[in-house]
Design a protein around this ligand. Structure first.
Ligand SMILES: Cc1cc2nc3c(=O)[nH]c(=O)nc-3n(C[C@H](O)[C@H](O)[C@H](O)COP(=O)(O)OP(=O)(O)OC[C@H]3O[C@@H](n4cnc5c(N)ncnc54)[C@H](O)[C@@H]3O)c2cc1C
Length: 702
């Protein structure tokens, strides 16, 4: 291999701007800065009047995707920090253990917004069209590597003649629903804890949703049911809303019956269904994810240029979505590939980025190796364990026996037992996110009461999720492309927050620095150490001076052994309790405790706060903080100064009582400012009370 050193840019073509393509582009841009120019092609984008790229939706007669995906913590933590924060700002839903749920369209929207500064700086070029054999950039060969992140039917994989191996195939459908906030009590959806138990207890239905209200009921189908569904939907107008209340159009035929039964099992009112999508599940993979391909230049087969091609995401390997690992694996692949490329050029001492060309197959051996392991883990370790047990047999047996006398009681009993054992398994897990919401026998029983004898039999006969067999060690990105890289890969240092008009919830926007200096990665960590100086205060106005609280048992005091030092001692059995009840002879107003709290000066030095969660105290839930403010200051004596900047005013994350001595939900702070001291004030407690108390305040940031 001849290795020519020069200062040129690396030109990267990416086909597909889905979750994997955009994660790859952002991750690579962050590391390579202006040394890489990345062209991302995506056929589902359009440029609006201002030239801004957006996803096509109903206005363009396209359907956005409705599914909710579950991203694993160990994958999220490998994403550059600004992507982590940008993806999950205002979306904080833990449904399954050690993971977070997020609607796929939020992933798509937010990644596009996060790319804006890179587009402004010219590092990323977004092209709102499909890459095809006539695309100019493909024909003129002016690129150094081609990335195929264009999904299951990958154009790149086909064009570059990379073979596909299909390991298994089966059928399903996605039933999209949206339950409004205001519904009658009998239309209220089930709690997510119950959705999980009902899902894991069998393999016919899977519900994954946001806040239980918007999501997908997935139904595994036999091939007959799938064919019936496809035939039926062919007769619908394009984008026609499915109306399950219309029995003339959607009769009680086998497939519509099994869909309606699934909705009843999860207590999803039929009228809130708006789309049903047939899904062919192909567990398949490209025989190689890296190839050197002879690209014919300008359609002339005699003039060719050899350029490496890499596949990532569903284009490289498609797994069964039941265990929810497609996007997780795709994002791992995107980060692995970007780290593989970056480390070809970034000098060991991180002092310089040196581009050398041409790239060859051998430059991507680590990536190929990583993908091989990942495929073995996901396909053999997960997907094939599902497809090895198709649904057909339980359907057949249920159809034969379910209506016989005595069978019904038997099937109801076995289904209940299965669900109870899943409940025990989940509720005993230390990482079960619904510890505060125990599921009763009645709730389990009522699921079978809502469905027909035949459906009870099917669910009773269907295997529960093979969770034990699927569990075990993950293939970790950091083992192949270690985290330590972050200490020398130049990641952006400044983060600014905006609320873009076309994304409904506020999302993060990253401003990159254009300097060529390597910027050290700053990890997220706890800000306060147990011995850091902390002062109890009360009656303190936002932006005003602080009023100290002394030890004692009177209004405006804290019991001597329940002082503020307890909240950072990493022990949830101790607490900080500040009395604040109104007393007639007291000159403070009756809401004095509303503004009780503390300020702390971390010995780490100045820090940038990004989030927190509370630990509740041992008793009196009414004293739990509900609303809080967080202010930052760089005053040398914060007790007398009033130079405070408000960085958070909102929920404590304890709206749902997690129980005593338990942790609340993590809250994010949209902040890019650095401070030496933080002041936290409780502005509302759960209920009327004689003060505010909590055991821990887990406070994290850079
Ligand atoms: C019902 C359901 C539930 C799921 N749940 C989960 C889950 O919980 N967890 C999980 O990890 N995964 C889940 N998945 C899988 C996950 O959605 C996919 O694995 C993931 O979307 C793959 O991302 P990708 O970017 O590789 O492909 P895609 O998301 O398919 O994106 C590919 C993009 O390429 C574009 N494209 C195609 N051809 C071209 C071309 N020629 N030029 C330019 N662009 C092109 C497409 O328009 C598309 O935007 C689920 C899937 C389904 C169907």
């Amino acid at each position: 291999m001849t290795c020519q050193l020069n200062s040129e840019q690396l030109i990267v073509l990416v086909s597909g701007g889905g979750p994997v393509g955009m994660t790859f582009a952002l991750s690579l841009s962050t590391m390579m800065k202006t040394h890489a120019k990345i062209y991302v092609y995506e056929g589902r984008w359009y440029a609006d009047g201002d030239g801004k790229m957006k996803w096509q939706g109903e206005e363009q007669s396209r359907n956005r995707r409705d599914q909710v995906v579950t991203l694993q913590d160990h994958v999220i933590h490998q994403l550059p920090t600004f992507i982590q924060v940008g993806l999950f700002a205002n979306i904080n839903e833990r449904v399954w253990p050690t993971s977070r749920n997020i609607p796929i369209r939020e992933v798509e929207d937010r990644l596009l917004v996060l790319a804006e500064p890179f587009v402004e700086s010219g590092q990323i070029v977004l092209v709102p069209e499909n890459l095809n054999e006539k695309s100019d950039r493909l024909l003129n060969g002016q690129f150094d590597v081609l990335i195929g992140s264009d999904g299951v039917g990958s154009f790149v994989r086909n064009y570059c003649k990379i073979d596909l191996h299909r390991a298994a195939n089966e059928y399903a459908c996605g039933v999209a629903y949206n339950i409004p906030i205001e519904v009658s009590s009998d239309e209220e959806p089930l709690h997510q804890a119950l959705n999980c138990i009902l899902t894991i207890g069998q393999t016919r239905y899977l519900v994954n949703s946001s806040t239980s209200r918007r999501g997908y009921l997935n139904v595994r189908l036999t091939s007959d049911e799938y064919n019936e569904l496809q035939e039926h939907l062919k007769r619908n107008e394009r984008n026609e809303r499915v109306n399950l209340l219309n029995f003339d159009k959607y009769p009680n035929s086998p497939v519509w019956t099994i869909i309606r039964q699934g909705l009843d099992y999860f207590k999803i009112p039929h009228k809130f269904v708006f789309r049903v999508l047939p899904i062919e599940i192909n567990v398949q993979h490209a025989t190689s994810v890296v190839k050197e391909f002879e690209f014919p230049l300008n359609n002339d087969t005699k003039t060719t240029k050899k350029i490496p091609v890499c596949l990532a995401g569903d284009a490289a390997m498609a797994v069964h979505f039941w265990p929810g690992r497609g996007m997780n694996s795709g994002m791992k692949a995107a980060m692995a590939l970007s780290r593989n490329i970056a480390r070809l050029f970034i000098q060991e001492d991180s002092s310089r980025i040196q581009i050398h060309k041409p790239l060859t197959y051998f430059d991507f051996l680590d990536y190929e190796d990583f993908m091989l392991r990942l495929r073995q883990r996901e396909q053999h370790g997960r997907s094939l364990r599902i497809t090895n047990n198709p649904i057909d047999e339980s359907v057949l047996v249920a159809n034969t026996f379910s209506n016989l006398n005595g069978s019904y009681e038997y099937y109801v009993g076995t289904l209940k037992e299965k669900l109870q054992s899943i409940r025990a398994l989940l509720q005993n897990r230390p990482d079960w996110p619904h510890r505060h919401r125990l599921i009763s026998d009645e709730e389990i029983q009522s699921a079978s009461n809502r469905i027909s004898a035949n459906a009870v039999a099917q669910l009773s006969l269907a295997n529960p999720w093979p969770t034990r067999e699927m569990a075990g060690a993950e293939v970790l990105l950091e083992d192949y492309f270690p985290l330590e890289q972050k200490t020398w890969l130049p990641l952006p240092s400044t983060v600014t927050w905006i609320v873009p008009d076309h994304v409904q919830q506020s999302v993060a926007r990253n401003k990159i620095t254009t300097t060529d200096e390597p910027i050290p990665f700053i990890p997220i960590d706890y800000i306060v150490r147990p011995s850091d100086p902390i002062y109890a205060i009360w009656c303190t106005e936002i932006g005003g001076e602080s009023f100290p609280v002394t030890p004692g048992y009177q209004i405006g005091q804290f019991p001597p052994d329940e002082g503020p030092q307890n909240i950072f001692d990493l022990n949830n059995q101790t607490k900080y309790f500040c009395y604040g009840k109104y007393a007639a002879d007291h000159y403070f107003d009756e809401k004095a405790w509303f503004r009780a709290g503390f300020f702390v000066t971390p010995t780490r030095g100045i820090t940038c706060a990004l989030g927190f969660y509370f630990g509740t105290a041992n008793d009196f839930p009414e004293r739990d903080p509900m609303m809080i403010t967080i202010e930052g200051s760089n005053e040398t004596n914060p007790m007398i100064g009033s130079n405070w900047t408000l960085i958070y005013n909102g929920s404590s994350g304890l709206e749902i009582d997690p129980g005593r001595n338990s942790c609340g939900i993590e809250q994010h702070i949209l902040n890019d400012k650095w401070f030496s001291t933080y002041r936290i004030l409780v502005t509302k407690t759960r209920d009327e009370s004689d003060g505010a108390q909590y055991s821990q305040f887990y406070f994290f940031g850079h």
